[in-house]
Design a protein around this ligand. Structure first.
Ligand SMILES: Cc1cc2nc3c(=O)[nH]c(=O)nc-3n(C[C@H](O)[C@H](O)[C@H](O)COP(=O)(O)OP(=O)(O)OC[C@H]3O[C@@H](n4cnc5c(N)ncnc54)[C@H](O)[C@@H]3O)c2cc1C
Length: 493
């Protein structure tokens, strides 16, 4: 059998998450409703050869520049025929973290990580660098199971941030890590009311969360757009490309063979998997998929994981007068509460990196186009609406990346296949910097059979809902976005 899409079929209630759920959920409902219409349509690409358009070549990514990626050694590709005990596909945080934990759990096994470009080239090296405490789907889970059980899940999720801290302190990975907490910002009274609900939920879990308004909010950050904020002391910001590039030598030192520039073209799953790459092939009885938004391109989770794209810009460094004009003295990541929200944070060298405002889906599950101008324009306008004090500030970098989403906004980390030998972590729904680190640990526990609070998390082997017919996704994405923007639901811009 060839590349089969472990259709591991593989499910929060804050305003932001509910509204994002509304957005994507509406898409899926619409798509499912039109299922009959599409009955005669042939699904594209049942047996993908080289994943088409795997990489964009227009990539003006500030994090890569700050990590000096251009001058770093990229490992040679896999050539010829090889055998391994464990093959990991994908050199993002899921793959890197899996490699880290598996190399410790199985010091004698041959572990090979295959990465199509270079470690950190996917979403892991392109994101906003928010290192969230918690993860997508957690707050809804709390509603379902109550604050006590919910707190356990929250605590387990802190593993990811702890793991990054260990990378910094124990392994010397320099990634501009700053544990400054997070701020959720409301742009109207409806959103402010939602923030109050969030505060109540967090407090019911015994977590600290402070509602800021008026003078207190102005002391934190000065934007005419924000009417309230919720300060959450958990979470961090970092340079994600530096983290990914820094994790590569850590896993290599632990004995993992890392092959970069190695595009996997086909996976034939079985008791022993056969993984064909552009220049070679490798077999292994255990496979780990660290592909997230790229997974459908390789034939995995096609009906479950929706690749949505996000776009990010980096300004020139601000002067001290400009920083004074906006405040933001605690340098935490700020995310607003709109359907198509922005996430923004300061950088170590005094810029603002901001992304969001749009989350386009491209036909055929295509990956982000680096120069998708409508999204870059939207996020640029949003920056200056948030901080009109900065009018005239130059935008020096703009880039995009591809994320994996589900209609229930819940990730899935698990094991699948007839032989229960395909491990995966997928669909972090735009909140994967810390949680993909946790996923790597869960994958290791699933392989060793070890049990802990992590392998008991509700995301383990979580059944992701079906997305509806692929051929109609683009139509429903556009219609749903248009409807939400028009109706103004949770959208104030
Ligand atoms: C623009 C943007 C902003 C984001 N902002 C945030 C944020 O601020 N905070 C947050 O928590 N999350 C954020 N996210 C989400 C977060 O980045 C992801 O959830 C996380 O990085 C996923 O990691 P991963 O390792 O699973 O996937 P990826 O990092 O995407 O790694 C997959 C890897 O697989 C490789 N690959 C793909 N196909 C093949 C193939 N055929 N052969 C070989 N290799 C292949 C790719 O090159 C890539 O390196 C953002 C994402 C994007 C795109």
């Amino acid at each position: 059998m060839s590349t089969q899409p472990q259709d591991t079929s593989s499910a929060s209630s804050d305003a932001r998450k509910v509204s994002r759920r509304t957005f994507i959920g509406g898409m899926a409902v619409g798509a499912a409703g039109a299922w009959g219409l599409s009955a005669g349509l042939t699904r594209f690409g049942t047996d993908p050869a080289r994943p088409p358009q795997l990489y964009e070549y227009f990539l003006d990514n500030f994090w890569f520049k700050a990590a000096d990626l251009e001058h770093q050694a990229i490992n040679p590709p896999l050539k010829g025929s090889h055998k391994a005990d464990i093959v990991i596909i994908g050199g993002g945080f899921t793959g890197l973290s899996s490699a880290y934990h598996l190399s410790r759990a199985f010091p004698d096994k041959k572990i090979v990580l295959l990465e199509g470009a270079c470690c950190g080239y996917g979403a892991s090296g392109r994101n906003g660098g928010f290192c969230d405490a918690g993860f997508s789907g957690l707050l809804r889970h709390v509603e379902e199971v109550g604050p006590q059980e919910g707190r356990k899940a929250f605590d387990a999720s802190l593993f990811g941030i702890g793991q990054i801290k260990r990378m910094v302190s124990e392994h010397g990975v320099q990634c501009d890590f700053e544990e400054n907490g997070m701020l959720e910002a409301a742009m109207n009274q409806e959103q402010a009311a939602q923030l109050e609900k969030h505060q109540a939920t967090y407090r019911s879990m015994g977590l600290d969360a402070t509602l800021l308004q008026d003078r207190q909010l102005q002391d934190e950050v000065r934007s005419p757009r924000y009417v309230a904020g919720l300060r959450f002391p958990y979470g961090a910001i970092l340079n994600p490309a530096k983290l990914a590039r820094g994790m590569k030598p850590v896993i290599e030192n632990a004995g993992v063979e890392v092959r970069e520039r190695t595009v996997v073209m086909r996976v034939t799953t079985g008791k022993v998997h056969r993984i064909e790459t552009e220049m070679g092939e490798i077999t292994a009885p255990q496979l780990v998929l660290g592909l997230n938004g790229y997974a459908p391109k390789l034939g995995f989770f096609r009906d479950r994981v929706l690749p949505l794209c996000s776009y990010v810009i980096a300004t020139e460094p601000l002067t001290s007068t400009q920083w004074d004009s906006i405040g933001w003295r605690h340098r935490q990541g700020i995310a607003d509460m709109r359907v198509l929200f922005d996430y923004q944070r300061p950088t170590a060298d005094g810029r603002i990196v901001i992304g969001g405002s749009d989350a386009p889906y491209f036909t055929n599950d295509d990956l982000s186009s680096g120069n998708y101008k409508p999204a870059i324009k939207a996020v640029t306008e949003s920056l200056f609406s948030t901080f009109p004090q900065l009018e005239g500030l130059r935008i020096e970098h703009a880039w995009g990346g591809t994320m994996g989403f589900t209609t229930d906004f819940t990730p899935s980390v698990g094991v699948t296949g007839d032989h229960k030998n395909i491990f995966y972590g997928v669909a972090y729904n735009g909140e994967g910097v810390a949680f993909s680190q946790t996923a790597g640990r869960i994958i290791s526990e699933l392989m060793t059979g070890e049990r802990s609070a992590l392998s008991e998390l509700f995301v383990v082997n979580h059944q992701m809902p079906h997305l509806g017919p692929a051929s109609l996704r683009i139509v429903f994405e556009r219609l749903n976005k248009w409807y939400l923007m028009r109706s103004g639901t949770k959208t104030v811009r």
